[in-house]
Design a protein around this ligand. Structure first.
Ligand code: NDP
Length: 233
C-alpha cells in the first residue's frame, strides 16, 4: 500500500535521496524546505524545525493539502563543530535545538494522526557520532545520541497503536555536511571502517525505506547503523 511520507530536510543530501527513493517506490512524499524551492518533482512545505509554530503549521498544511502523515523521516540536521573547551552555551544549545528538539517537535505534531490511524512509522536519522562520540562534535554527538532516547521512549509509548520508532545511523556519507571535513579526520574515520569508503545517500535511503515497510512491523526501538561497519560493536 502506498503511504504518505514527510521527510524533514528533504530538499538536499540524505533527505533528498530518501524522498526520491520513497517517490520511486510509489509513496506520496512531501519534503520540508527552508528558503529554497522544493526539489523538482517533489511536493514541499516550508518548515524550520527550530520554530515550534513553523512545525505545527507545516504538519497542518500537509494534513490539509495531502492527508495525514503516515511515515515521518526526521532527517533535518546541522553541525557547529568546535572543541568543547571553546564552545559557548549557544553553540551547544542551537545544535540540540535543531537536531533533537526539532525531531521531538515534528514527532509530537504528526503523532495524533498516527495514533488515530493505529499505524505509523517514525524514523530518525542519527549518526555514527551519536553512537561513538566524535571529537569536536560534543554538541552534535549529544544531539544525535538523544535521538536514541527519543525513539526508544516514544516507541514504547505508542507500540500498542501499531506505530514503530527506529533510528538509522549513517557513517561518513558524501553530502554537503562533510564537504569541509579535514582530511586527517576523514582518514581517521575510514581507518576504522571495514568497508574503507564513504557511503552514499542512496545507501542510507535503502535502510530508511526498509523501516517504513509494512513488513518491518516487528522492528521497533532499534538502530540500524549504515556506517560501512564502523563502530558497530
Ligand atoms: P546536508 O547539510 O546536506 O542537509 C541538511 C538538511 O537539513 C538540509 O535539507 C537542511 O535544510 C536541513 N535543515 C537543517 N536545519 C534545519 C532546520 N532548522 N529546519 C529544517 N530543515 C533544516 O546534510 P546531510 O544530508 O548529510 O544530513 C542529513 C542528516 O543526516 C542530518 O541529520 C545529519 O546529521 C545526518 N548525518 C549525515 C552524515 C553525513 O556524513 N553526511 C553522517 C551521519 C548523519 P536547508 O537546505 O534549508 O539548510
Amino acid at each position: 500500500m502506498s503511504r504518505r511520507v514527510l521527510v524533514t530536510g528533504g530538499n538536499r543530501g540524505i533527505g533528498l535521496a530518501v524522498a526520491r527513493s520513497f517517490a520511486g517506490a510509489g509513496y506520496e512524499v512531501v519534503v520540508t524546505h527552508r528558503g529554497t524551492e522544493p526539489p523538482e518533482g517533489l511536493a514541499g512545505v516550508r518548515c524550520d524545525v527550530g520554530d515550534p509554530e513553523s512545525v505545527e503549521a507545516a504538519v497542518e498544511h500537509v494534513r490539509r493539502e495531502h492527508g495525514p502523515i503516515e511515515v515521518l523521516v526526521s532527517n533535518a540536521g546541522v553541525t557547529s563543530d568546535g572543541l568543547l573547551l571553546g564552545m559557548s552555551d549557544q553553540e551547544f544549545v542551537d545544535v540540540l535545538d535543531t537536531n533533537l528538539v526539532g525531531a521531538m517537535r515534528v514527532t509530537r505534531a504528526v503523532l495524533p494522526d498516527m495514533v488515530r490511524a493505529r499505524w505509523g512509522r517514525l524514523i530518525y536519522v542519527s549518526s555514527l557520532a551519536g553512537m561513538a562520540g566524535a571529537p569536536g562534535q560534543a554538541n552534535y554527538a549529544a544531539s544525535k545520541a538523544g535521538l536514541f532516547g527519543l525513539a526508544r521512549s516514544v516507541g514504547r509509548e505508542v507500540a500498542k497503536r501499531g506505530i514503530t520508532a527506529n533510528v538509522v545511523s549513517p557513517g561518513l556519507i558524501e553530502t554537503d555536511m562533510i564537504a569541509d571535513l579535514p582530511a586527517p579526520r576523514r582518514e581517521e574515520i575510514l581507518a576504522r571502517t571495514p568497508l574503507h569508503r564513504t557511503g552514499t545517500a542512496e545507501e542510507v535511503a535503502a535502510a530508511v525505506r526498509f523501516l517504513a515497510q509494512a513488513d518491518a512491523s516487528y522492528v521497533t526501538c532499534a538502530n540500524i547503523p549504515v556506517t560501512g561497519g564502523a563502530d558497530v560493536g
